[in-house]
Design a protein around this ligand. Structure first.
Ligand code: GLA
Length: 606
């Protein structure tokens, strides 16, 4: 016997409130539920990545594929954007998401982090943790631990009552996330486990989830493993060595993959997944499809990787080539996996619900505009450069301005550019530097009295690995001219929180960056407008809002070329589209398409 019931009760149930085998437990190396053998067939989907109006439809799709469980992370930075101000309303009402899953007959596995990875901005951690530049995230540093504990306590009030023991459907809770690929401090992991127990999650099965090579678990906790298609045999064999008595579960079975800006789109064939899944289920193993439905990292919430010594920001689409596509439509993979599950379990799931048609809208004229240069807020004067976080800013752009005091010709160098800088001399752009491409210098000419502007865009914080610790936005080091430091800056914080109340006029914008605004109608057939996909091909680099919803980033380097526009966020008349574009001048006219365009060149998922 590996992880036995006795061990689990001792480690997972702080006050040993229940001594009976209620809910999900482990007996003789196997999962049992209320004392009966149980196999977890779960799909991952994330409430902020799905318009709330569609939660129910997606859950029905999960049930109809034959899943008995859904798994979700909880995204701390979505709920606590400002320290101490917690938001569980609307799109953030995770308790409601879980209750709806219960109404659809699905159990829930909860992954409350507080670190979650997930190609999500800073792995779900709030950017304000970085204001103090000594904070060590994912460690016992009190500057991290205290806010994390407060957050978990608050989350416990929301979700602990939804555990199975208390009449709800939460059956298991993950401790941290892939800590094994980050650090080795058991005291930290132990503290997070204790915080979860203290927050009221004291009657659910606890576990850790890691790559098969780097388990970051505590000795008495159940381990599950994360891996991609094509690796099941070898990875489960590895898990057998870590956890000889079982049980065995793929905590994340990556049935697709995510994309980075400037790189090809990932796909993986349905047949390959179906064949391997059949083997996994034949072994009696449990599984969680990551992702069952990826959805969209709306707004500024797409994260980034640091790999091969380079910065790789993620696109907003989290389609993931998963069984349900970005807009919730079943793909051939959905049908293939449904058949495999049906065969393995002998249970016929409910029929697959029909999905409504999509629509295309042509000729959205963005005929109002205003230049960013006409909308600058009051700056902060600072001898040294400051990061966004130091100024209390999480997302958007930051502008560093300076009047030069002498003529100059030579190299301008930016040390610690995060992430994308446009360099202007007296309002004229003289160059672009991109952290992805390791660009940090250019040659320029300045005359005494010229205004030097460095406009820096945050392309998403790194969400995986040690680089997270030092990840801040703006300029982290200094700026030099031919080796001489430049000091005394005017710094403009540009979080773009309110792109609506700028001074738009019916003019052609001639000085990028520009904000553009236009209205359009979206014919309603039936009860709601149909989903559509905004074609961003004519845009440069920037950001889009629809009726106040932040849709996401645009970047002409692709691979993503459409932004998902949920029909539920449209109205028949007077929809308002606002676009910020760093590069494009003029009066853009945009179209929407019936289908997403996520990439023209594809590569197999790893
Ligand atoms: C890991 C993480 C997930 C996600 C996947 C890749 O397994 O735990 O959050 O980042 O990688 O999509």
């Amino acid at each position: 016997m590996g992880v036995g019931l006795g061990v689990l009760l001792a480690s997972n149930v702080s006050a040993a409130t229940t001594a009976t085998a209620r809910g999900l437990t482990i007996e003789q190396g196997h999962f049992t539920f209320d004392g009966k053998p149980f196999r977890i067939i779960s799909g991952e989907m994330h409430y902020p990545r799905i318009p709330r109006e569609y939660w129910r439809a997606r859950l029905k799709m999960a049930k109809a594929m034959g899943l008995n469980t859904i798994t979700t992370y909880v995204f701390w930075n979505a709920h606590e954007a400002e320290p101490g101000h917690y938001d569980f309303s609307g799109q953030n009402d995770v308790a409601e998401f879980i209750r709806e899953a219960q109404q659809e007959g699905l159990y829930v596995i909860l992954r409350p982090g507080p670190y979650v990875c997930s190609e999500w901005e800073f792995g779900g951690l709030p950017a304000w943790l970085l204001k103090d530049k000594d904070t060590q995230v994912r460690s016992t540093d009190p500057k991290f631990m205290q806010p994390a504990q407060r957050w978990l306590q608050r989350l416990g009030q929301e979700l602990a009552p939804l555990q199975y023991s208390r009449g709800g459907n939460i059956i298991a809770v993950q401790v941290e996330n892939e800590y094994g690929s980050f650090g080795h401090d058991d005291a930290y992991l132990e503290q997070i486990r204790q915080d979860l127990i203290d927050s009221g999650f004291n009657t659910s099965l606890f576990y850790t989830s890691d790559s098969a090579e780097q388990p970051g678990s505590l000795p008495d906790l159940l381990k599950v493993i994360n891996f991609g298609v094509g690796h099941a045999h070898e990875k489960f064999a590895q898990l057998h060595t870590w956890q000889p008595g079982g049980p065995y579960m793929a905590g994340e079975y990556w049935v697709g993959w995510f994309d980075h800006w400037g790189a090809p789109h990932h796909v993986i064939g349905a047949e390959k997944v179906a064949t391997e899944l059949a083997w996994i289920l034949q072994q009696g193993y449990s599984v969680n499809f990551y992702m069952f439905h990826g959805g969209t990292s709306f707004g500024w919430m797409n994260g980034a990787n640091w790999d091969d010594d380079s910065y790789q920001p993620d696109v907003n689409s989290y389609d993931y080539d998963s069984p349900l596509d970005e807009s919730g439509r079943p793909t051939p993979k959905y049908n293939a996996l449904r058949n495999v599950i049906m065969k393995a379990t002998g249970v016929t799931p409910p029929p697959v619900p029909a999905t409504p048609a999509t629509q295309a809208i042509r000729g959205i004229k963005l005929d109002e505009s205003v230049s960013l240069w006409d909308e600058l807020p009051t700056p902060t004067a600072s001898h040294e450069l400051q990061t966004m976080e130091a100024l209390g800013q999480a997302y958007g752009d930051i502008l560093y301005r300076k009047q030069v005091t002498a003529d100059f010709a030579g190299e301008l160098r930016i040390d610690g550019l995060h992430d994308y800088a446009q360099v202007y001399v007296d309002g004229k752009r003289v160059g672009i530097l991109d952290r992805r491409l390791k660009q940090d210098r250019l040659t320029l000419k300045l005359a005494k009295g010229d205004t030097l502007d460095l406009l820096v865009q945050n392309d998403g914080r790194i969400n995986f690995g040690q680089q997270m610790i030092t990840e801040r936005k703006g300029i982290l080091g200094g700026v030099t001219l031919q080796g001489q430091p430049l000091m005394d800056w005017q710094i403009y914080s540009l979080p773009f929180n309110d792109s609506d109340s700028l001074h738009y006029a019916r003019v052609t914008c001639q000085h990028a960056p520009c904000f553009y605004r236009g209205t359009f109608d979206a014919p309603v057939s039936g009860s709601a407008a149909a989903d559509t996909f905004l074609d961003t091909a004519g845009l440069g680099k920037g950001f889009v809002w629809l009726n106040g919803h932040p849709l996401g980033r645009t970047w002409r380097i692709g691979p993503q070329r459409t932004l998902y526009v949920p029909g539920a966020w449209l109205k028949p008349h007077g929809n308002q589209l606002v676009v910020l574009d760093l590069l494009v001048e003029g009066r853009p006219v945009l179209n929407t398409l019936k289908h997403p365009v996520l990439g023209t060149t594809t590569v197999p998922a790893p």
